[in-house]
Design a protein. Structure first.
Length: 73
């Protein structure tokens, strides 16, 4: 997903939000251990700040809504 690309929609209604769905990994709770908890928490904070810089707000940021992908970590 290239966030620099503009996406257009022509339809009969006004589009307010657009969400993309793809495989992102496994639930973060399956990856968390007592040894890596602090590091993972920092990575989550960094990722949240990065998407906020693009103007994306996540209203329900909690472990059940966070995915982990070992190939991208």
């Amino acid at each position: 997903l290239d966030l620099e690309t503009h996406y257009f929609y022509e339809g009969i209604t006004k589009l307010v939000h657009m969400m993309f769905l793809s495989f992102g990994g496994i639930r973060i709770s399956k990856h968390l251990t007592s040894q890596n908890g602090t590091v993972v928490a920092r990575q989550i904070d960094c990722a949240a700040r990065a998407i906020h810089n693009y103007g994306v707000l996540h209203k329900d940021l909690e472990p059940r809504n966070i995915l982990w992908n070992d190939e991208r970590s």
